[in-house]
Design a protein around this ligand. Structure first.
Ligand SMILES: NC(=O)c1ccc[n+]([C@@H]2O[C@H](COP(=O)([O-])OP(=O)(O)OC[C@H]3O[C@@H](n4cnc5c(N)ncnc54)[C@H](O)[C@@H]3O)[C@@H](O)[C@H]2O)c1
Length: 426
């Protein structure tokens, strides 16, 4: 039996994957509404269809009772790891779930942490709390870390086809983790310690954060130079080696990239080390929504309108296309700033029915565009005809979906010596 603690973006797909593989799964969450939904066969995560929950049948049992984990062979922790208001690691959900686990931990069980966190969390923070059970890690129970690599909305790589990194406290812990994940993953990658596994996840996220910041900074410069950054990125991406494409946008969002790198920044202080790239990337990415607001102001200026009193239709408020997650979404800053400047902001997003923090509810696309002075594409969800929107009113396109020019590699034309001399003459 497999236990999964925290049934969110990470935990629910994982629980379903084990249930689909024929395992008995007990899923535990402190949110009773989520448990009610799952018991009624309803999914609240886009990547998990309702039918998948129903298809799990008796293999997936959702509960708020952590005691039910006592019978599990392996227990996987997928609880949130946010930042405090002071941008320091907030391990309270992890510590709470670990204390609960300590009260029911059984000899022979495997505990795996999947939540993204700084190197040392499994050994320095999770282990001592679990050992309050009286059991000793590595001797009486197994302990490992395995980072989750889920990318919400992605369909080309799944849990099964994405290699799974594992780091165990001992070789036996590692073997136990490998046996567990071999049930649902084609490839398991063993590393030498939980710390190496914890750090590998942070490297992946920091790599993305830094590269997004780089392209966003260049986008701001290109804008001033009158260059189309999207055309530049398309052109650079024709290089078949040594370049990886990142697209500029209104800023970085989601639960991971704006948060996780700062876990490492915090830990680095213990080593008298300052993580410059992380700080700089964070600064550039946090500034990006304000650059977007400036573009809106300029577009209104061209229409000879002030922001105050203008009606602005924001299209898409989730942090990325195809998902309904608004955590750290740049749209929140953009809408709040425009509202503060006196704009009358409406939004349309089929994935996000309401944004309580802004006191706004999604309206139909038609209603959003009605009487609007300007539309702003913040997140380009599929199934919207943006060309049709552009025919109706001026649009600020923060995602580059309305451009005509695309650089693409073409077979070179061989020119004859005569045509070269003609070309030069011309
Ligand atoms: N969302 C992603 O794309 C993603 C990708 C990779 C890694 N991660 C990491 O995975 C972890 C979980 O992220 P998520 O996006 O699934 O979060 P989430 O907020 O979607 O889900 C977390 C769930 O844990 C539950 N929970 C909180 N405290 C609990 C407790 N003490 N006991 C039981 N349940 C509890 C919450 O009610 C919630 O349902 C985080 O560390 C995150 O950084 C997330």
């Amino acid at each position: 039996m497999v236990g999964v603690v925290g049934l969110g973006y990470v935990g629910l797909p994982l629980a379903v994957a084990f249930a689909e593989a024929g395992e008995q799964v007990v899923g535990v969450d402190i949110n009773p509404r989520r448990i009610e939904d799952l018991r009624a066969g309803r999914s609240y995560i886009e990547d998990v269809p309702h039918e998948a929950i129903a298809a799990c049948g008796h293999n997936l049992r959702a509960t708020t009772r952590a005691a039910d984990l006592a019978l599990a062979d392996a227990i996987i922790l997928c609880v949130p790891t946010p930042l405090t208001p002071n941008r320091e690691p907030d391990l309270s959900p992890l510590m709470d779930s670990a204390s609960t686990l300590a009260s029911i931990l059984q000899p022979g069980q495997l505990v795996v942490l999947e939540s993204t966190t700084y190197p040392g969390t499994t050994r320095e923070r999770l282990l001592p709390v679990l050992e309050e059970s009286g059991l000793v890690a590595g001797r009486d129970f197994h302990l490992a870390f395995s980072p989750e690599r889920v990318d919400p909305g992605r369909t080309d790589y799944t849990l099964r086809t994405t290699p799974k990194i594992i780091g165990g406290l001992t070789e036996a812990c590692l073997d136990a983790a490998e046996n567990l994940y071999a049930l649902v993953c084609d490839e398991v990658v063993r590393v030498s310690s939980p710390e190496a596994a914890e750090m590998s996840k942070l490297l992946e996220n920091i790599f993305r954060s830094v590269n997004i910041a780089l392209v966003n900074e260049l986008a701001e410069l290109a804008d001033r130079m009158g260059l189309d950054i999207h055309e530049v990125v398309d052109a650079a991406a024709t290089k078949p080696f040594g370049f990886m494409r990142f697209d500029p946008g209104p800023g970085m969002g989601g639960h991971c990239l704006p948060v996780d790198p700062f876990y490492l920044t915090w830990k680095a202080r213990e080593y008298d080390f300052s993580t410059e790239f992380i700080e700089l990337a964070g600064k550039v990415n946090q500034h990006a929504p304000y650059v977007s607001v400036e573009r809106v102001e300029r577009a209104l200026n061209d229409l000879e309108r002030p922001v105050r009193g203008s009606r602005i239709a924001v299209l898409g408020v989730s942090y990325k296309a195809g998902v309904g997650d608004i955590r750290e979404s740049p749209a929140l800053k953009i809408v709040a700033r425009l509202a503060k400047l006196g704009a009358d902001v409406v939004y349309h997003d089929d994935f996000v029915p309401s944004v309580p923090a802004l006191g706004l509810q999604s309206v139909s696309l038609e209603d959003a565009l009605q009487d609007a002075d300007l539309a702003v594409i913040v997140t380009a969800h599929p199934d919207i005809d943006y060309r049709a929107v552009q025919e109706q009113l001026p649009v600020v396109d923060l995602r580059g979906v309305l451009r005509d020019r695309h650089a693409s590699a073409q077979p070179a034309r061989r020119l004859s010596p005569e045509s070269i001399s003609t070309a030069h003459a011309a």
